[in-house]
Design a protein around this ligand. Structure first.
Ligand code: OSB
Ligand code: MG
Length: 391
């Protein structure tokens, strides 16, 4: 297969409302999109890097630069040399260009966008869905939604609307000083409590080794999972936390509250090490953070082998990235409800079709490729820069 063109688009989609987390507030979704062309077939990939390099070392605009200056030209030359590493029609099926991955190990999010576009292109030509390619076994998955840092009153107000929309899993952002009161307010609200919604807490690494008592108290107060409570380098403290949550659960006979690694896992080895040290009991699997959908599937397999819980993690994607996430979440090992909500929760405008939310569940997409092609008028209207890569 010969790629005939590769473009990167820097897009800016307005948000419905600002999204706050302990690492900063996001007001517009700046996102880099990759478009690959082979003959009359097209493939689209989304780079999930955030507008600023807060959650990871990559930013949307930085990825736009590296994609147009280096990665897409390298991809085009790879594909011009049949038989070269990463070239040929099997690129999509092996999950992306290994030569690029070796050359740019520090650009997982930019590479994930290329991989998604290649997969989309190949699968569209084959008429297969991403879910079928990855091995999805479920037609629908439980919907889950993430709520930004806010006052207890406002979090409860949002939570009421969300449970009315059918969500049965709320992932609430916390940080020191904004934690127990939020959880208590949710647990004592009749509407939220009656819905039976589970409440996971995500701290984005905002706590330290001296905060273990607070974290154990949150588990005792009914948090159903603690996502990245400690910064990734506090491995000993994380292991101690897991031990204390085990002890808390022993008399009840129930499964301990999972400690879910998010930022701490960027490679398969990271997950293996956390399992060895019992410094996490679950992993939020984000295709972008680990370098693409194929590594994400491998990480899912690793979690199953190592007895780690798995949850499909989102990055406030457009409908395109959300389609990919829902396909991944259809795999059988995702035993914790993930960040599975339609992009319309945060995007006021989107060039892609959105996920379907039905009775508290997200429909795993079954159409060819990753997602239906974008609405080109909406895409153009929200594109602030566009560059065509050349060999
Ligand atoms: O920590 O899980 C996170 C969004 C961007 C970066 C990091 C995180 C998040 C979210 C949003 O929590 C979850 C979603 O996309 O639904
Ligand atoms: Mg997280």
């Amino acid at each position: 297969m010969d790629l005939t063109a590769a473009d990167a688009l820097l897009c800016e989609f307005p948000l419905v409302e600002p999204f706050a987390a302990s690492h900063g507030t996001t007001t517009a979704r700046t996102v880099t999109i990759v478009r690959l062309v082979a003959g009359d077939a097209e493939g689209w990939g989304e780079c999930s890097a955030l507008p600023a390099a807060t959650y990871t070392a990559e930013s949307a605009a930085g990825c736009f630069e590296s994609l147009t200056a280096e990665l897409l030209p390298a991809l085009l030359s790879d594909h011009a040399a049949p038989g070269a590493d990463g070239a040929g029609a099997d690129v999509g099926s092996v999950g992306g260009p290994p030569s690029l991955r070796r050359a740019s190990p520090d650009a997982p999010m930019a590479l994930a966008a290329i991989e998604m576009a290649l997969l989309d292109l190949h699968l569209r030509i084959e008429g297969r869905s991403l879910g079928a390619h990855l091995g999805a076994t479920r037609a629908r998955v439980r919907a889950g939604v993430s709520l930004g840092l806010d006052t207890p009153d406002r979090v409860v107000e949002r939570a009421r609307t969300l449970v009315a929309d059918g969500y049965r899993r709320l992932k609430v952002k916390i940080q020191p000083g904004h934690d127990g009161a939020v959880l208590d307010a949710l647990r004592s609200d009749a509407i939220v409590e009656r819905s039976g919604a589970e409440i996971q807490l995500d701290a984005n690494g905002a706590y330290g080794p001296d905060d273990l008592d607070v974290l154990v108290d949150l588990a005792r107060a009914g948090a159903s999972a603690l996502e990245q409570p400690l910064a990734p380098d506090h491995v000993d403290a994380a292991a101690e936390l897991v031990g204390r949550l085990d002890d808390l659960a022993t008399p009840t006979g129930r499964r301990p509250v999972p400690v879910v690694a998010d930022e701490a896992v960027t490679t398969l080895d990271d997950a293996d090490t956390l399992a060895d040290r019992r410094a996490a009991t679950g992993v939020s699997i984000k295709p972008a953070r680990v370098g693409g959908l194929t590594v994400a599937r491998d990480l899912h397999d690793l979690c199953r082998r190592r007895g780690l819980a798995a949850t499909a993690g989102g990055m406030l994607e457009t409908g395109l990235g959300r389609h990919a996430l829902a396909a991944l979440a259809g795999l059988p090992g995702f035993d914790l409800t993930g960040d599975l909500s339609p992009a319309g929760r945060w995007l006021a405008v989107d060039a892609w079709a959105d996920l379907e939310l039905v009775d508290g569940e997200i429909v795993v997409p079954t159409g060819p490729g990753v997602a239906p092609p974008p609405d080109r008028n909406v895409l153009d209207a929200n594109t602030i820069d566009r560059r065509e890569a050349r060999r």
